[in-house]
Design a protein around this ligand. Structure first.
Ligand code: R5P
Length: 292
């Protein structure tokens, strides 16, 4: 029975404080649903508006590549230091502890490997993403590849439909079409295709003229690191992308193949969240490396 004999009328309506009508802090998402914004807020730091995602999805194409032989040993210890973990369902389920509290960006397309022809992909079931409590779903688009462009865009569009149903942001991963130049015109086109098809995040590659790629993409862009570079060069790559307006990185090999992965992750975070210069971040890298 409800307690009815001491019902107090409200008397604190904050009449001098107008309701907050400010916009959402990430670009292009003001009209997104509450759930989608809430998930994006788990991935992107509220203060910097940026993210350092740790990518370890490479094995579904390449097998146990260097640095990913044991996800439980190579990646799980880094999880607490990343802003978001990007991987495939099998490796997350088997090798990332379930008490992990970092948001998950689930690689949601699969199909072919480096042993045959890549990018003939299909989507895994949406129930998987929901059951794994993911904060985002990622699928690749191979723009400019005559064999797989249409099917990967179709996959992506369907994934956005699913994402909108459950308020799960979808990240478009731009693969480089076989015959395409790695320039700002190509990455600008590929990123824009992701956004036009409903991406909430776009993952692409840094190139000269990247400011134009960022400007023409109405949602946050993160960059992949690409092949392993010397640490200072990788930090320069991050710095240039951030200064051109990137909203962070989704970086794999340049972290987990580094001689000191935790030090590299820490240094990348300095660039992404604190606008550290490459030299400043490299100092951080060496300090953390030498402390270990
Ligand atoms: C590419 O399809 C994969 O999604 C990788 O996660 C991506 O390339 C990022 O990794 P890396 O920094 O090693 O390029």
């Amino acid at each position: 029975m409800a307690d009815l004999d001491d019902i107090r009328d409200g008397d604190n309506f904050g009449l001098n404080t107008p309701a907050d009508t400010s916009a959402f802090y990430l670009k292009g998402l003001n009209n997104a649903s509450w759930g989608l914004k809430n998930r994006m807020s788990r991935i992107f730091n509220r203060k910097s508006g940026r993210t350092v995602m740790l990518a370890f999805d490479h094995g579904f194409l390449m097998g146990p590549t260097s640095g990913l032989e044991r996800i439980d040993l190579n990646i799980a210890p880094l999880a607490a230091h990343a802003d978001c973990l990007m991987g495939c369902r099998g490796m997350i389920r088997t090798s990332i502890p379930a008490d992990n509290t970092k948001p998950i960006c689930l690689r949601t397309d699969t199909g072919t490997t480096i042993l045959t022809e890549m990018n003939h992909n299909v989507l895994i079931s949406e129930e998987e993403a929901v059951s794994m409590n993911v904060s985002a779903m990622a699928a690749m688009l191979s723009i400019g590849d005559a064999d797989t462009e249409a099917s990967t865009i179709a996959n992506f569009s369907r994934l956005v439909d699913i994402g909108n149903k459950y308020s799960i942001p979808v990240m478009g991963v731009t693969a480089v079409g076989k015959d395409m130049a790695r320039d700002s015109r190509y990455f600008g086109l590929a990123s824009r295709v992701c956004a036009e098809n409903g991406a909430s995040i776009v993952k692409t590659y840094y190139t000269e003229g990247f400011e134009n790629v960022v400007a023409a993409c109405p949602v946050p862009i993160v960059i992949a690191g690409g092949k392993k570079l010397p640490e200072l060069e990788a930090l320069e790559l991050c710095y240039k992308a951030i200064q051109c307006g990137a909203s962070g990185v989704d970086m794999g090999r340049n972290v987990f193949q580094s001689e000191a992965p935790l030090a590299m992750m820490t240094a990348v975070k300095e660039v992404v969240h604190n606008d550290a210069t490459p030299a400043e971040a490299f100092d951080v890298y060496n300090t953390v490396k030498n402390e270990a």
